[in-house]
Design a protein around this ligand. Structure first.
Ligand code: FMN
Length: 334
């Protein structure tokens, strides 16, 4: 195929890309069409300075959006060739996608993952105690490997307790920072809003007996007697290194794991406190005993139904070329 993508194709794929997860639902991405290619950039104005000083979280979110973008284009029959960080002089451009020379129909696996995009959401409520079957665990690991990352399941009471200790201490470190607390409070939404975390999605208030520290998003009080699952399945997603490119790869792998979980009927919530505190991240890496860098922690299980959180209108994330309408003199998207 020698023609590029069209604005209509960009708009359709962008609607899927923005369903990706992001820190506090900040949605730190922009999309545009340039020379027939769809380009995804990180939106620095939507990075969280206190929670995400290095920009790691924004790049993970962009990687996740990129995975949805690839999937969307493939399922539409116009799969993409991908280049990560295509312009050294424009470091905010995370990826450029051009139509593959050899179009092909989507695979059944792509169709299933694509169908999971609107069904996925962060489920912060307690899960049922039922264990995640071995076949599903294997699929989650394969999803990470398919995107050049790894997924380590934290198995056994001793290992889960050791992880919980690291996570709780990271949580305490973060909670001592007024800037971090202020930022989180600012992104909790009690009225309908196109971004931020709706209080209803924030999960229940934490209780002293909780094993894992949940980031508090102003959630509802816990139903009496309702505790979190006693043996959570904790999974750590990691990449080979920790460059910007590694983080974009990890974001893609994260989204592939999340969609694979959704497709398998599983719920997931993310816990990134032990990633955000450098000492905790290193302790986590050492506890796993493997090379590479942990990039995200997930709690996986069977959850109750919930709803997807809102997103900004795609017109707010697209940079379309503008031309001037002759009749009005007003700029119009071309
Ligand atoms: C890099 C990153 C870190 C995150 N960290 C947490 C976390 O520590 N706790 C949490 O409850 N959710 C976390 N999330 C989930 C976001 O809050 C969530 O994706 C966002 O609010 C949008 O909601 P959705 O996932 O339901 O679409 C994280 C997401 C990303 C991409």
């Amino acid at each position: 195929m020698d023609t590029g993508y069209t604005v209509a194709q960009l708009r359709a794929a962008a609607a899927d890309a923005v369903r990706a997860p992001s820190l506090h639902n900040t949605q730190p991405w922009r999309l545009r069409l340039r020379d027939g290619g769809i380009e995804l950039s990180v939106d620095r104005t939507r990075r969280l300075p206190a929670t995400d000083p290095s920009g790691w979280g924004a790049r993970i979110a962009c990687g996740a959006a990129l995975f949805n973008l690839r999937l969307s284009l493939a399922v539409a029959g116009t799969p993409a060739k991908l280049r990560l960080r295509p312009y050294p002089a424009e470091p905010d451009v995370m990826a450029r996608l051009v139509p593959d020379d050899a179009p092909r129909p989507p695979t059944p696996a792509e169709r299933s993952l694509y169908a999971a995009i609107p069904r996925r959401f962060s489920n912060r409520a307690p899960f049922w105690p039922d264990p995640v079957p071995a076949e599903a665990r294997w699929r989650l690991g394969e999803a990470a490997r398919a995107e050049q990352c790894w997924l380590e399941l934290v198995i056994g009471t001793t290992a889960v307790n050791a992880f919980a200790e690291i996570a709780r201490s990271a949580h305490r470190v973060l909670e001592r920072d007024p800037g971090y607390r202020h930022e989180r409070a600012e992104w909790i939404r009690r009225e309908p809003s196109p971004d931020g975390v709706p209080a209803a999605a924030g999960g229940p208030q934490s209780e002293p007996q909780d094993l894992l520290p949940m980031r508090g998003f102003g959630g509802r009080n816990r139903a009496p007697g309702r505790d979190f699952e006693p043996e959570p399945l904790v999974a750590v997603l990691g990449s080979a290194g920790n460059t910007t490119t590694d983080q974009i790869l990890a974001g893609q792998a994260l989204q592939r794991v999340l969609l694979t979980a959704t497709d398998a009927g599983l719920s997931v919530s993310m816990l990134s406190q032990p990633i955000e505190v450098p000492g905790a991240r290193e302790a986590l890496r050492l506890s796993l005993g493997r090379f590479g860098t942990p990039q995200m922690v997930m709690r996986i299980g069977y959850g109750q139904p919930g709803v997807a959180t809102p997103r900004r209108d795609i017109d707010d994330v697209l940079d379309l070329p503008v031309s001037v309408a002759p009749a009005t003199g007003l700029p119009t998207p071309s």
